[in-house]
Design a protein around this ligand. Structure first.
Ligand code: PBG
Length: 328
């Protein structure tokens, strides 16, 4: 008796492995999140995210040029706002001349074909460190009051030149409110990438270090999702789709590959995965200790997002991965 079924034949050489390979990470799939801050000539390291820095505008623009030259199609911007500009209403979020809007304009001028994705949520600008308005008496996060500000943020960002707005706040009805406000102002071409299934996650720790945006009180569990749930992600996906989202995102990425697959199987919209700060930090820390080969782990991890069904990946590894792919 011969063993006629030998799956190993399809693995016998690199050439055959290349032929049968099902998923391939491409630079076209990458979105680079970037942190910016006010000032001149700043590249400030974020200790919990080795290799990631906060850029002042001129360096931010230069980084965008380099990313675009490498073939990365999109950047996602996150502002580190000075404490003195933060307040309970997050009013700096809608300042047309604020740092964030300035950055969008400058990048658009310098690298017009690079897509700029924005973040819509109050936390970088909020003295409470929450994504929505906090009721001073009860400490509750006020949904509908927050929607008005989010919609205004979208319009201000669109006016500055944003291509894609990214509501990351998890308020109910925000995609509809933002779509409505954008269309009202003739920005029907501005896309919405909704943070559809955004979980209340400890993996955001290093990001909150980067922006000094951790909640002053409590946690985000009344708006971000419970990590024990998956059916709820479908409900959020149906709502976002109905409300006019163009792309659905799952966040974090690696511990939520099942959610990526679930949404992919239940929508015709493109799916994004956010490979968040804590996932990045773990790989870098283990690499620095000599415990894993960081580069190999990075590629395995990014490819796992493709295998699960992500069309695109927001990742702090974007530049490193793009360089690696280019030199392959
Ligand atoms: C907040 C926001 C967070 C991230 C992106 N937007 C953190 C949070 O919800 O507290 C996290 C990204 C990361 O960890 O890389 N609107």
């Amino acid at each position: 008796m011969f063993n006629i079924q030998r799956p190993r034949r399809n693995r016998k050489s690199e050439a055959v492995r290349r032929l049968v390979r099902e998923n391939l990470l491409s630079t076209n799939d990458l979105i680079a999140p970037l942190f910016l801050k006010d000032g001149k000539d700043i590249k400030e390291p974020i200790h919990s995210m080795p290799g990631v820095v906060r850029y002042s505008l001129e360096h931010l623009v230069q980084e965008c040029r380099e990313l675009y030259a490498l073939g990365v199609p999109c950047v996602a911007l996150f502002p580190a706002i000075e404490e003195k500009l933060k307040n309970a209403k997050a009013s700096e979020a809608v300042n047309p001349n604020g740092l964030y809007q300035k950055a969008i304009k400058e990048i658009k001028n310098a690298v017009p074909d690079l897509l700029i994705m924005t973040d819509i949520a109050l936390d970088p600008y909020s003295s409470d460190g929450h994504d929505g308005i906090v009721d001073a008496k009860t400490g509750m996060i006020l949904n509908d009051e927050t929607l008005e500000i989010l919609a205004e943020m979208a319009v201000v960002q669109a006016k500055a030149g944003a291509d894609i707005v990214g509501p990351s706040d998890m308020m109910d009805g925000r995609v509809a409110a933002i779509r409505d406000a954008l269309d009202e102002e003739n920005f029907s071409n501005v896309s919405i990438m909704s943070y559809t299934a955004k979980y209340a996650s400890a993996f955001y720790g290093p990001f909150r270090d980067a922006l000094n945006s951790a909640p002053k009180k409590g946690d985000k569990k009344t708006y971000q999702m419970d990590y024990a749930n998956s059916r709820e992600a479908l409900r959020e996906a149906y709502l976002d789709e109905e409300e006019g989202a163009d792309i659905l995102m799952v966040k974090p990425g690696l511990p939520y590959l099942d959610i990526i697959k679930l949404l992919k199987d239940n929508t015709t919209l493109p799916i994004a995965a956010y490979n968040v700060s804590g996932e990045y930090a773990m790989v870098k820390a283990a690499h620095q200790n000599g415990w894993v080969d960081g580069e190999k782990v990075m590629m395995e991890m990014l490819t796992s997002f493709k295998r699960a069904g992500s069309d695109m990946i927001l990742t702090y590894f974007a530049k490193e991965a793009a360089q690696l792919i280019k030199n392959q």
